[in-house]
Structure formats: structure tokens, C-alpha cells
Design a protein around this ligand. Structure first.
Ligand code: 9G3
Length: 567
């Protein structure tokens, strides 16, 4: 491809509103442009990278027995009513009406469509197992789209769905997809980790996320420094043997604690440790108030709270709700003498607090010498807190450390939730009707591109892994006005194309400095510069990743490039 009339609008300056490196570089290298908030166009280079990424995914999905399909982005709302999910996602699920005022949604995912397709056309165990996948645009109206294509409202996903006759069959389908994902992200040259995860509102049992390790990741991974344990902190169980101190229980005391709305303010005012305090947070769960207690040095894990309460939607009470229910400001909330309508649940660590401190449901007041079960009742003690760095690993081996991750893949065992709701059944060997057992498996395609850039760049620009680079190499004629250079450049362009290299040919009448800067920014694996030594048949080959530069005679160029690219 000749760069002269190729749409690669590079930017010298970093766009002010791009917060992270991948977003900045994808804009600067002319891969993407924003069309609306959280909605992007892909320019030719960006589209070529997408294609490369998609081809890697396709090859591994096909090798794992997947069959590619393409489902519609526009889906009838009734399908979501049938599955019972229409109300689950609020404004995140984009809706529209057709000319007959019929309700549709823009596909945020395709469990409903695929399950009805399979329901209508697969009737016998003889056709199963089956794995169907697509690469398609998805719509989710995120409250806070940001970071370019890393968190956008329209994005490209590879979604796959497996259908099995039994749980054991699902286990195998799941493992096959897990293995395929390992291969795919390895081919992207990503530093990633598969971690245990929460299945969320979608339901199901086993689930793993594939996390690209990155400081700008929005998920926290808890991993052991001495074993393979790795989980999203959303689900990482806390297994700590707490012990009761042998201190004697003292008499409950109400104390003045002016302006102590936070644990830090409170502990410095009273001169106690955070672990000696009890933090109380009021939640609204299915319209009912629930007071959740954790130790002051711990944080509530809302997913654990939700799971303990039967996967309910858990929302922190507003200041108004708190005033109405407990008659006080947030910051002084506590479990003592509260209305019986309030359910109290507590993290297991709370039970071991002796002579602790908690809010008194009165402005600027706390209780001292608080002893759980004596001074207040708890309906359930459970693991409700976030795991912390330094906690023992739940598998008993080593200590927990944190890393940040970008979720690029997610595999789920769904079971029969969707097949049951939508009636996807089959006849087994004995002619008996059975429900299909499903799994679903996603890869963020556009997000993977951003994650790759996030991990593969330097101060000068992108450094594409060969597997996903938009072109194999960048051929640059340094001075197109020089006849020798221009002639050799054109010749090499033809030769390299004949050798089936995908070449970006910088034939622009620009200054050398501009061309080299752009070349580093675009980040193709190899740069071949045709310059002053053109008349001697010598060109300069630079490896983008290492910066290594060698002079090569044109007779050896093809061989040299082949070797460098196969490395
Ligand atoms: C929605 C909206 C947002 C959503 C969903 C539905 C997440 C939703 C979970 C999944 C699960 C799997 C197929 C590929 C693998 C992942 N956010 N999820 O279902 F309507 Cl607005 O998408 N789907």
C-alpha cells in the first residue's frame, strides 16, 4: 500500500482527552477516530489490525470445532422478555422501535438469539455437542465510556455458545474454549492470566476471566505469591482464622466523637486501631434495609453481599434513606438499638472484635466497648469483605498480592438457564426430551487491540507484535526527489509484494525526520529505509522492537526480512 494516498492521519501531539497510552497512540497513529462519545470509526490501519486479530481468533475457534455464524444486531425485545432478562440491564441495554412501534433492542450479547436458533433447528442428541460463534458489533450504553475502544458503547466481540447433552459434555466444551483462549492471547503476545471470576447476573457456575496485566486495568486480581491461585477480588474468598482476644468485656459506653465521619478520623480521635472498630454500611436490598458490618480495616465486597442474599441487587442507601431509616447521617451509623425492620449481617471478622467501637446512629457519637452478640444481634455472619494484600491465599499456599487487569476474555458455564427459559431441548438416545446444557465464551476484539497497544509501545509509538501488525514492514524512501532512492524504493516495493509481504510503502514527499517519526509511531515490525546508499544497492533495516539496525544489500533483503519476521 502506498502511503501517499492512504488514510493514516498521524498526530504529533497527544490528544488532551486521551488518558491512557493505548487511546493516545491509537489516535496518534491514525487507527481510530471518535464519532460520538464511546463510539469509534476505524481508519484503514485500525481496520487492518482488527482483521489480523479476528483471523487469529477465527483460526483457533475453527481448530476447536467452532462454526462461524452471524446474528443480527437488532433483536426483538420479546426474546429478552422470554428469557426474563429485559428488565435486568436498565438503560445499558439500548432500545429502539420500528415503524410499526414494535420494540427492539440493540444486541448487547446474543444468548437469546442463539438459543432460539438452536432450539428451532437442533432436535436430536446426534447433532450435539455444537459450538457456534460470531464476530460482531455489540451495543452497551455504558454510564462512563472511556479509554477509547477499551470501554466503548459500541464494540466488537467474538461470542461463542456451546450446546451439550450433559454437564460432563459442558465441562469438556468449556475446557476446549479455555485452551483456545490461552492460545489466542499467547499469539497476541499478551502478558495475561486466567482468573476465577464472578458470573454476575447472567447466572451459571464455573467462570474464568482472561486478564491482561496492566496498571490501567479496571479489575483487581488477587493472586498467591506461592501457588497458581488467581481470582478477581470480586469473588476471592477470605479464609482467615480469626482469634478472640482474652480481654475482658467492658461496659458499653456512649462517647462524643465530633467530626469523625471516616474510620481514619475516628481512630485518630479515639486513639484506637482500625481493626478495633466496626464499620456499618446501610444497603437497600429488594426495597428492604440491610445493615452490613465489616471491621474498620476491611472493605465490604458488594458481590459477596449480593450472593449471600440470593443474588439480590444491592444498593448503598442514599443519605435521605439513611436519615429516614436510622435517623442519622452516614458516618455515624451502627448496629445498636436499630429498628427491627433492619436486617443485620456481618463479616466473620466482626464476631471476633472485643471492646470495639461503632457508630451510635447519632451525629458526632460513637459507642465504645462494643461486643457483638452482647450489644447487638447479627442474623448471619459470612465472608462479606474484600480480600486484601497480605491475607493468606485461600488455597492455603502463600500470601495474596494484587495486580490490575484488563478483561479481554470471559468463559462461562451457563448450564440450563437459557435453554430452559427458551425451550431448547433435544431427544436423547432413549427418545426422552432433555434440556441442552450451555456455555458461553466472549473475547473483546476491539478491546484486545487496545490491550495489545497498552502492552506493546515505547515513547516513540506502537510496537506491533508480528501476529497482529497491520503490515509486515514499512518501506521508506527517505528522499523521493532523489532519483536513485526513488527508483530503488519502487523496485523494492514490487519485489517485496511479489514475495507476498504486506508492505506499507512511504512514498510521500516528506522530510526524513517526519517519515521516521511516523514510522516509529505506526510501529510495523520492520522498517526498510532507502537512503543515501541507494546508488550502491544498500538499504537500512531496523527492527522496531529492539531498535537493532543493519545495512543490507538489496540482494539479501528478502532473506533478511523473512528471517526477522519468522523470529
Ligand atoms: C446486557 C447488557 C450488558 C451485559 C449483558 C447483557 C454483560 C450480559 C454478560 C455477558 C455474558 C456472555 C456472550 C459472550 C460471553 C459473555 N453485560 N453480560 O449478558 F443486555 Cl446491556 O455478556 N455473553
Amino acid at each position: 500500500m502506498r502511503q501517499r494516498n492512504y488514510l493514516t492521519p498521524t498526530l504529533r501531539d497527544t490528544p488532551a482527552d486521551a488518558e491512557i497510552k493505548s487511546h493516545q497512540l491509537m489516535l496518534r497513529a491514525g487507527l481510530i477516530r471518535q464519532t460520538a462519545s464511546g463510539i469509534y470509526s476505524y481508519l484503514p490501519l485500525g481496520k487492518k489490525v482488527l482483521r489480523k486479530v479476528e483471523e487469529v481468533i477465527r483460526s483457533e475457534m475453527d481448530a476447536a470445532g467452532g462454526q462461524e455464524v452471524l446474528m443480527p444486531a437488532v433483536q426483538p425485545a420479546e426474546l429478552w422478555e422470554e428469557s426474563g432478562r429485559l428488565g435486568n440491564y436498565g438503560p445499558e441495554l439500548m432500545r429502539l422501535k420500528d415503524r410499526h412501534e414494535r420494540d427492539f433492542v440493540l444486541g448487547a450479547t446474543h444468548e437469546e438469539v442463539i438459543t432460539t436458533l438452536v432450539r428451532d433447528d437442533v432436535k436430536s442428541y446426534k447433532k450435539l455437542p455444537m459450538n457456534l460463534y460470531q464476530i460482531q458489533t455489540k451495543y452497551r450504553d455504558e454510564r462512563r465510556p472511556r479509554f477509547g475502544v477499551l470501554r466503548s458503547r459500541e464494540f466488537i466481540m467474538k461470542d461463542a455458545y456451546s450446546f451439550d447433552t450433559s454437564k460432563e459434555g459442558l465441562d469438556k466444551s468449556y475446557q476446549d474454549m479455555y485452551d483456545a483462549y490461552q492460545k489466542i492471547f499467547t499469539r497476541f503476545d499478551l502478558d495475561f492470566r486466567a482468573v476465577e471470576a464472578d458470573s454476575g447476573a447472567i447466572g451459571g457456575t464455573d467462570t474464568h476471566e482472561f486478564m491482561v496485566l496492566s496498571e490501567i486495568g479496571e479489575d483487581t486480581i488477587a493472586y498467591s505469591d506461592q501457588s497458581n491461585f488467581a481470582a478477581n477480588i470480586e469473588i476471592a474468598p477470605v479464609r482467615v482464622e480469626y482469634t478472640k482476644s482474652d480481654e475482658e468485656a467492658l461496659e458499653l459506653e456512649l462517647v462524643e466523637t465530633p467530626n469523625t465521619k471516616t474510620i481514619i478520623e475516628l481512630t485518630s480521635f479515639l486513639g484506637v486501631k482500625a481493626s478495633e472498630t466496626i464499620k456499618s454500611l446501610l444497603y437497600i436490598v429488594n426495597d428492604e434495609p440491610v445493615l452490613v458490618l465489616v471491621r474498620g480495616d476491611h472493605e465490604v465486597n458488594e458481590i459477596k453481599v449480593s450472593n449471600v442474599l440470593g443474588k439480590a441487587i444491592v444498593e448503598l442507601a442514599t443519605p435521605e434513606q439513611t436519615a429516614k431509616i436510622l435517623g442519622c447521617e452516614t458516618g455515624f451509623v451502627g448496629p445498636i438499638n436499630i429498628p427491627s425492620s433492619v436486617t443485620v449481617i456481618a463479616d466473620q471478622a466482626v464476631e471476633f472484635v472485643t471492646n470495639g467501637v461503632c457508630g451510635a446512629n447519632e451525629k458526632d457519637k460513637h459507642y465504645k466497648n462494643v461486643n457483638p452478640n452482647r450489644d447487638f444481634a447479627v442474623s448471619q455472619y459470612a465472608d462479606l469483605r474484600l480480600i486484601q494484600e497480605g491475607d493468606p491465599s485461600p488455597d492455603g499456599k502463600g500470601t495474596i498480592q494484587f495486580a490490575m487487569g484488563i478483561e479481554v476474555g470471559h468463559v462461562f458455564k451457563l448450564g440450563t438457564k437459557y435453554s430452559e427459559a427458551l425451550g431448547a431441548t433435544f431427544l436423547d438416545e432413549n427418545g426422552k426430551t432433555q434440556t441442552m446444557v450451555m456455555g458461553c465464551y466472549g473475547i473483546g476484539v476491539s478491546r484486545s487491540v487496545a490491550a495489545i497497544v497498552e502492552q506493546h509501545h515505547d515513547e516513540n509509538g506502537i510496537i506491533w507484535p508480528t501476529s497482529v501488525a497491520p503490515f509486515d514492514l514499512h518501506l521508506v524512501t527517505i528522499n523521493v526527489k532523489d532519483e536513485d532512492q526513488s527508483k530503488l524504493g519502487e523496485e523494492l516495493y514490487e519485489t517485496l509484494k511479489k514475495e507476498r509481504f504486506d508492505v506499507l510503502f512511504d512514498d510521500r514527499p516528506e522530510r526524513a525526520g517526519v517519515k521516521f517519526k511516523d514510522s516509529d509511531l505506526l510501529g510495523l515490525p520492520i522498517r526498510v529505509a532507502v537512503g543515501k546508499k541507494a546508488s550502491d544497492g544498500i538499504v537500512e533495516v531496523k527492527v522496531r522492537k529492539t531498535g537493532e539496525m543493519i545495512e543490507v544489500h538489496v540482494t539479501e533483503l528478502v532473506e533478511t526480512v523473512k528471517n526477522l519476521l519468522s523470529k
